[in-house]
Design a protein around this ligand. Sequence first.
Ligand SMILES: C[C@H](O)CC(=O)C(=O)O
Ligand SMILES: [Mn+2]
Length: 339
Amino acid sequence: MTLSKPNKLIVNDVTLRDGMHALSHQYTVEQMRQIARKLDEAKVDIVEVSHGDGLNGNSFNYGFSAHTEREYLEAVREELDHAKLAALLLPGIGTVEDIDMAVDAGIDTIRIATHCTEADISRQHIEYSRDKGLDTVGFLMMAHMIPTAELVEQAKLMESYGAHCVYVTDSAGALLMDETRERVAALKDALDCEVGFHNHNNLSLGVANTVIAIEAGADRADASLAGMGAGAGNCPLEALVAVLDRMGVDHGCDLYPLIDAADKLVRPLQTRPVQTDGNALMLGYAGVYSSFLLHTEKAEELYGVDSRDILVELGKRKMIGGQEDMIVDVALDLAEGDE
Ligand SMILES: C[C@H](O)CC(=O)C(=O)O
Ligand SMILES: [Mn+2]
């Protein structure tokens, strides 16, 4: 099938940001350099670098990273000739001072992420980033949790603050195919700015849903090498590019350096394989934030409660990003027999 798309797809790699979750934020600077070099050689448009939970995520609650974000950003900046450098920020975890640091370290793009019902807290950060001349993106996380019409209203807020692009972000990898199409098409219809799509492979729909998003008009798509990311990982970049090649979609990336980087650089780093195994599947099934996976497995070990039960309960309680401490709460409740 050939898809006629008016503009080239913008490919945003998240191996060095979402991929941080899969490694408990422990990339070395040299690993980041090697991966960034290959992404640049493959002509990926945007390479994102940050703590997995965004700038300043370095903390007891989210996990400490091996190096500072300035060290990571400055190192990757030196490796990029073609690709733009991006950082992610969640208002409240990161502040405008972190945007200043990232600008100083050389970013071109900032992505401001909020829970899908909280777009209003992105105003200050989006306006500030626009004033700094950054390519500015709004990122509506856990997009499966609200109906499409509400998501559109939240996206319009981000656009009104000045976002160049607003993302449908399937943080839990929970969206079904029709749900993906409906959300992306509705944002495309309602917004003048670009629309993006980011997802997780928890229900094994990573590539399929990204292709559907592109068919529905997404201008930007996120993916990562070997799917390196939270939960079952993100849409695997090399597989997406192979499929888009077959479909005749203009994405501008070279397949072979991506395959080489996925197989030789990234997969060997995956101490816990990034795949749709039982617990990762449960994230998509129960609608739970993908970065809860490793924290939940730790709670299983500590409190002797089945991870799957913890994840189902977290989904029932509608826990969202930032509520990582509730994983322990739920595990303790289940251990005591009261849920
Ligand atoms: C901070 C999160 O990891 C952002 C993200 O990639 C998602 O919600 O998915
Ligand atoms: Mn993600």
